[in-house]
Each structure stands twice: as C-alpha cells, then as structure tokens.
Ligand binder design. Sequence first.
Ligand SMILES: [Ca+2]
Length: 632
Amino acid sequence: MVHFISIGQFINSIFHFSGHQNAGNAAAAASTVQAAATSSAIAASTSSSSITAALISSTSAALTSPTSDAASSTFISTAVASSSSSSSSSSTSTATVSNSTTQAVSGCEALIQALTFPDQQVSVVSCEDITAGTALTLPSGPSNCNGGSVQIDIRRITLNVVTSYASSNYVEVWLPTGQDAWNGRFMATDNKGLSGCPSYDDMIYTSSLGFSVVGDNGGHNNTEYLGMDAQQFLDNNELVIDWSYRARHAAVVAGKQVIKTNYGQAASYNYMIGCSNGGRQALQSAQMYPEDFDGIIAGSSASDFNHHIDWSGRMYVLTGADESDAKYLTYDDWVIVHNEVLNQCDEALDGVADGIIEDSTICDFNATTLTCVDGQTDNCLTYEQTSTVWNVFSQLYDQDGNLYYPRLSPGAELYASTNGVLHGVQGHVSDWVGRAVWNSSTWDPSTLSQTDYTQADDTDELHGTVSSFNSDLSAFHAAGKKLIMYHGLMDPAITAENSQRYYLNVARDMNLDHTGLDDFLRYFRISGMYHCTGGIGAWAFGQNGNAQNGTSNVVWDIVNWVEQGEAPDTMTGTKFVNDNPTQGVEFERHHCRFPYRTTYSGQGDSADPDNWSCILIDDWQECGVYNVPRLC
Ligand SMILES: [Ca+2]
C-alpha cells in the first residue's frame, strides 16, 4: 500500500534523514525535493513514462501496511507468471531462462505506488523507462562515473536507502521492460577501488544478458580524482562501513523488493558479479550474508584488504619516487627484469616460450643474476636496484614473522611498472591508510611502517571487517550456494597469490580437500591476464562486457552450476587477434581450477587448447612448491 505524504511532510522527511549525508546524496535528495515542490511531480506523473517522485517507506509504515505481495497484487492483473519454459540445456553460452515475465505494473507511477520496503527506510529518487542506446550519467555524481549506454530497454528506478544515522546509499535498479526481456534472475554489481561509482559497465553487460540488475555508489560519491578515491572517509566512519559491506547488502535487499513488485514475483535466482574491490565485496557477501546470493563471481579479489593496502603502499617505500633515488628502477630497467623473469620461468617451467608463465606461483625467481659484474654496464642493474627487485618479489610479513600478504606475481612486473604500482604513491593507499585508518588528511605515505599495519588491523572491525578474509564459509556451503573465483596471474595491482591463499585457508579451516571444495568453491587461475581483464594470455571468458565474445562465459557458468548442477571444470579463455573479436581468435586455453595446473602436453600447437590438460598438484596443501615461500 502506498504511503503518500504531503509535499511539506515529504520535504521535512527528506531533510530529516539527509541532513548528515554526504554531499552527493544530499544533492540528489535536494534535486528531488525541488522537482516535487515545483512541478507537483507526483500528481503530474500519471501521464508520463518518466517521472521524478518520492516515496517514504519507514519500518513502522510497513508494519501497519499490507504486505508487499498484497500491495503489488493490485497492479499485477496483467502479469504473466510463466515458469513453464525451463529446460535442461547444458550449453555454457546459452543458459536457459528459467522463467520470464512481462511487467507486473504498467509504468513508473504504478511501480512507485506499489512499492514498500519492509525494515528499510527508502525514498524513490526517480523512475523512468529508457530505451536501448540511452547514455548513462550518475545524477549529482562525478562525471568520471558516467559511461556507456544501456543495450536493452529498461525501467531505471533510483533509490536513496538509509544505511545509518549519518549515511545512505544511492541505488539504481534496472528492470528489463521488453516482452519476455527479463530472464527471471537478479544480478548485483560492485564498486571498483574505493570508488563511489555504480559499476555501469557491469550493469550494462549483465542487463544485456536479461538480468534485472542493481548498482549503487557504495554509500558515497567520490570526487573527480580517478573516480576511485574516498576522501570522504575522513571523519565519517559510517561511510567506511557502507563502502565495506553495508551499502551492498542494503542495495540487494531493496533491489529484490523492487523486482518483486515490478514483476509480481521474486527473481528465481540471485547472483553477484564483482572484480577487484568488487571481488572483495563478493567474498564478503559470501562470508557475511550467505543468503543474499545463490551464486557469486569473485574476480581478482582485494580480500585481506588491509594487508593488500599495506602491500601496495609498501611498493612506494621499496622503489622510491624517481631516479634521484639509487634504488629506483626505470621502465627500461624493469624490461631487463622482465626478460630475466621469463628466462628463468617461462619455457623453463611450462615448456612454451610465449611470454606467459603458466603457473607463476612456482616461479622461484632469483634476482641476483641481474646485478652488473666485471665492469658490465648494459642489460644489468646496480646492487641497490637488484635489492629493490628482490624486495618487490618478497612477501610481506609482520614483525613476528607472520605472513601479511604474498609477493607480486613474477611476470607481472612490467605491467606493474607502467600502471603506477612500481612508480610513486598510489592514491587509494593515502585515502585508506590516511583518512580511513588514521582519520588524517596529512598522513605521509613515505612513512608507511608496521605502526600503520597494526593500526589498520586494529580498526578492521570498526571498518566493517573490511579485511573480508574470513575463511569459514560453512553457512554459505550449508545453504548450497556456489562461488567462482578467478584471478589473472599477471595482475600487477592485486597479486593472484592472495586468491590462492584464500582458497588454501578455506580448505584448512573447513577441513576440506579439493574435492570437498569443488562442491561450492572453484578458483580459476588465468595465465597471462592482467587485473580483471586484458593481458597477453587468453583472458576473455565473459567476466565483463569486453570479454563476452569468447567461448566460455563465467556468468552462464555460475548460472548453470547453481540451476543445473553443472559445475565448470575449466574456464576457456579466448585471446583475440589484437584483442579485437572481429579479427579472429589468436589462441585459447582451458584454464584449470586450482589445485590443478594447466599443463602443456609437450606436443602439438600450444595455441590449441586441447594440447593442454589439467594435472593435479599433489602437494597443493603445502601452500607452495619448490623454494617458494608458503602462501598460507
Ligand atoms: Ca609459457
């Protein structure tokens, strides 16, 4: 039942709970107020397919109102609740739609009137039916959040979901509107970096596959800087908690309610896709809210978050700022290092001289060979520089010798030298350690030390357990949920060895061997892939919109696993010529799930994935092989 209020009440209510919001959400709320106050938007909206209106739904109102089912039943006379179209197709590229419906409500106004949000305080900011090709912008947010165009017709409803006394979350829910356009499923997306941007790219991609999708700003709008920063974390721990986990869960709860009302039925299955910080958010959902999703894709995860930031920040301390520092390496110096890494670990370990170290975790790189000897001046490094290389490839330990974070993956160093990891201060390190951990705007990243590491650990619970490294997935497992992890082995920003470490921790702490883990957790190591996407390897397997033209599609893989019980044993990556699908396939590889190693047969064309197979790593639980330090 709709709880309409007068414009005066509405304005007072908005300001009541937006008074402590961050600037972006407050601005969004203010613009809504203006629209409602100046154009009588609610009344006028009856003949418009695009309206801006607002609805306040409080817990107390919900408790005294009919249930959302009853409320929405008024508007679902035209609903087509078909569930008879299921089939048992096992195709990995065309997973079967389990059900589909037309709209249960006839338009935005009807949807807004039907919406209730039990146990949440939500205002509808806007609702509009938009057509394929419409460019996306984030209202009241930084321009660098904008990007892309929707590929199908959708109903786009935006919400302000209160998350605490001092914060709220900007949420977008996209509802496919064409006849049978919805595939009956729900997909949640992520936030990248410390960003306050909805992941429009992932929303565009997964909605084009027929999902109803939700995105949100993680509880704060970032500033223009890279679109990845979080200067608002200063003096506002509620925003930190939102970004850590609370905003995601709130968006999912609200999004499910919108879907249920719009279509007259809940989604048949609920999914999440995330990469980088979104991979961290995805793992945290499995750890904290095992009922939120039936299937989760967690890519290139920034889990063990505090230690990841410690590790990232340490790179600046290890490498120095520029060539005035004797320990600094230029790009040309890193080329020398990269060539020596390949010399030691490419063909020598995997049998194929293709610049890709198939399993970089077994590369026991010896940097001492890089040092200039006997008057040598070319193609070598000084002793100080060699020490830097050694340090960059070392793991991070605490003062008691406990592992904090694994090393940079050998092979990733060249890309790391061009994307900022090995050159200068990384902005998100200052924002996190300075503003979130120390609540300081003047913290100097060159002073990073164990003191900072300890403070970050000590504030982890305060920050909503942002570490996201709980290896007890018992509740998730018991609920029958499925988790696919993947990580590029040439990832310069977040070392893939940490994802392997998480897998090992889950095995250890849940006392499961790999066959037991196979029931609910499968981790794919993607050789030659950079951070989440791109690289010299076979990196396209449907993990994002740029990777959807390959043979495998991880989205349909998780769907088939959840809905058909067909678990993926390998993830076929495709490398297109010049990364352009129109130019054809350069090569493919069947990436194995850990603890299997993707292994060349030694015969035949290495570009043919059938000349590779998955060989079980016998001592995988030893957390490392040869002389490589333990990963757990
Ligand atoms: Ca190779």
